[in-house]
Write a protein that binds this ligand. Structure first.
Ligand SMILES: Nc1ncnc2c1ncn2[C@@H]1O[C@H](COP(=O)(O)OP(=O)(O)OP(=O)(O)O)[C@@H](O)[C@H]1O
Length: 250
């Protein structure tokens, strides 16, 4: 389906705890993009994404997901998006296959489609040999992959992930990256936070940098280099310079 709407449009998004965590944030992610959201610890990335996912009410501002006003119609917004937290929760007593079929059932997917989708997702994440084992014996990385598969089972068009690669071994990280790239190729939008700058550098179509709850830089890697460095400046050097005010290394 051709859509003219942005995948995500934030306008004046604001959340304050004892001090501002997200401070009038304007952000647009186009449909079909792989967008990496970077920022130092405490910059406001998770708070932003939790508001997008409908887990936290903004103090002000708007959230539009593929043209749907997520604050006015959170159910419709959730139906077309996936949220994968950095601390995923799954049901320990279920096997991965049971868990995915349970989640698919909550979304109202028919049983045959749910079974086919679940098998495909779990296999693509390397969990094929563990389909019928209870999750309670799984490692943290395996649990993370089950949670990711569970978030994708209803075929969301916008996939939002908070630090999805932390704690994954190289093979698992490659499985997750491959799955996300496949989704982007099939027309989905992926927004992900990461502290692994090499991942942003290699995978993202565009990169946004947040500091103190505001977008301080955005663009393709080449655009960021043009704005903030030189032809061969690394993303790490640019990032440190942007968030720390340090001079860009030559
Ligand atoms: N529930 C909360 N109660 C009070 N303060 C909070 C809460 N959640 C976040 N904050 C504060 O809001 C600010 C932004 O936090 P947030 O978790 O969004 O940052 P982040 O960019 O995701 O950081 P990190 O990279 O460390 O995960 C921080 O100052 C944090 O202490």
């Amino acid at each position: 389906m051709i859509t003219t709407h942005a995948a995500l449009e934030l306008r004046g998004l604001t959340k304050r705890f004892d001090r501002p965590a997200v401070d009038g944030l304007d952000l647009t992610v186009r449909a079909g993009e792989f967008y990496a959201l970077l920022g130092a610890n405490g910059a406001g990335k998770t708070t932003t994404l939790r508001m997008v996912a409908g887990l936290l009410r903004p103090d002000a501002g708007s959230v539009s997901i593929l043209g749907i006003d997520a604050l006015a119609d959170p159910v419709a917004a959730k139906q077309i998006m996936a949220w994968v937290s950095d601390e995923p929760m799954i049901y320990d007593k279920l096997t991965p296959l049971e868990y995915l079929e349970f989640v698919a059932g909550l979304w109202g997917c028919d049983a045959e489609t749910a079974e086919r989708t679940s098998h495909g997702l779990l296999a693509s994440l390397g969990l094929g040999p563990h389909l019928h084992e209870r999750c309670e014996g799984f490692s943290k990385g395996m649990r993370q992959k089950v949670a990711l598969a569970g978030a994708l089972v209803h075929e969301p068009r916008l996939i939002i992930l908070d630090e999805p690669l932390t704690g994954l071994d190289a093979v698992s990280a490659r499985h997750v990256k491959g799955l996300l790239q496949d989704r982007v190729r099939s027309g989905c939008t992926v927004i992900m936070t990461t502290h692994i700058l090499e991942v942003a550098e290699r995978m993202a179509d565009r990169i946004g940098v947040i500091a103190a709850g505001r977008l301080i830089a955005e663009g393709t890697l080449a655009e960021l280099r043009q704005q903030n460095g030189q032809g061969d400046t690394s993303l790490e050097d640019m990032f440190v310079a942007l968030v720390d005010g340090a001079p860009v290394a030559a």
